[in-house]
Design a protein around this ligand. Structure first.
Ligand code: PHE
Length: 344
């Protein structure tokens, strides 16, 4: 029954859109819908499979459908007769049914990225982007990962076969290097973009995802600035009650390095599946820019200090919208995407 109703809805749309520009098109419509083997006959034939208690309701639907097809045929007949005269007059017929326009919506990752960028802009950060196909130096070397550095294994890399020096960037930190190399200080910039890692695709991992990188370089920048910047971001993004904590970590390009957790948005810190019953969810890596990185980019490491952070955009979108499977973000299933219509 459900299936037949769905099918009828499709036919209804088809009927509504039908046009009869000439006698042939009109006859085609008649055969398709009202002919002896036409759709109306076929649909009426479904009546016998309908359970008795639903026959009355279903019968009404079928009759309405039949009338719709007949009425449309009459309309088309008039239209076809008028068509030659109309063509002569060369004026559009505004009474013809229009084609419905579907409203699009922003992709959830775009919505989250825009929110992030807006928050950092309010703190005076500029926005920059860089290439997704990168050379080894910008993605690794300049970031204090010399060849054979074990930390290169942290990020499984896709290399480009034509040139062993080229790769798909594994993080947005390459843009840090490009911004520092421009030589304009002080620097306060966020850098959103897509990154690639050779990972097996699952609900929790993908071979590409998105990050936003932050970098601030000036005289006298300290870890306190980093903390306060991130605390501001977190409260703007997730609400004033969210707590943060820093755990010591390791990245070759920052020293000291930390990972930052926020209190779990789902359970408020009590413990649930999302936070694996710890009450905390990791959202980013950060630290003070390593002096070697500054030196590699021609910046005087005795005069300048800076902080950097990098976070996954999918992770935040999953937390905010309670999306359980990372793959949904790249499958482009409109049933998923439509739910974000109207969100900004
Ligand atoms: N690039 C790191 C990553 O992809 C994140 C990071 C950025 C850490 C900047 C520290 C400073 O995991």
């Amino acid at each position: 029954m459900e299936q037949i109703l769905q099918q009828i809805a499709i036919y209804q749309a088809d009927i509504a859109a039908a046009q009869a520009t000439d006698a042939n098109a009109l006859e085609e419509f008649r055969i398709k819908y009202l002919g002896t083997k036409g759709i109306v006959k076929v649909v009426m034939g479904q009546m016998k499979d309908v359970p008795n208690e639903q026959k009355r309701e279903f019968g009404q639907i079928l009759n309405a459908f039949k009338e719709l097809a007949e009425q449309k045929y009459d309309d088309l007949k008039l239209q076809a007769q008028a068509a030659p005269a109309q063509a002569q007059a060369n004026t559009p017929d505004f009474s013809l049914p229009g084609h419905p326009l579907h409203m699009g919506s922003l992709h959830p990752l775009t919505i989250i990225r825009n929110k992030m960028v807006d928050i950092f802009k309010r703190l005076g950060f500029a926005v920059a982007e860089g290439p997704e196909i990168e050379d080894d130096w910008h993605n690794f070397g300049a970031l204090n990962l010399p060849p054979n550095h074990p930390a290169r294994d942290m990020q499984d890399t896709f290399y480009i076969s034509q040139n062993p020096d080229w790769l798909l960037r594994t993080h947005t930190s390459n843009v840090q290097i490009r911004e520092m190399m421009k030589g304009k200080l002080p620097l306060r910039v966020v850098m959103p973009g897509r990154v690639y890692r050779n990972e097996t695709i699952s609900a929790r991992a993908h071979c590409f995802f998105h990050q936003i990188e932050g970098l601030a370089i000036a005289e006298n920048i300290s870890f306190a600035d980093l903390k306060q910047t991130l605390y501001f971001y977190v409260r703007e993004m997730f609400g004033q009650d969210v707590k943060i904590r820093f755990r010591p970590s390791y990245f070759p390009f920052t020293e000291p390095s930390a990972e930052m957790d926020i209190s779990c948005l789902i359970c408020g810190g009590k413990g649930c599946n999302v936070c694996k019953h710890s009450g905390w969810v990791e959202i980013l890596g950060c630290g003070m820019v390593h002096p070697n990185v500054l030196t590699n980019c021609g910046i005087d490491a005795n005069k300048y200090t800076g902080f950097a952070f990098g976070m996954g955009i999918e992770r935040v979108a999953m937390l905010k919208y309670q999306v359980k499977d990372l793959r949904l973000f790249s499958e482009n299933d409109v049933r998923f995407l439509r739910q974000f219509a109207g969100a900004v």
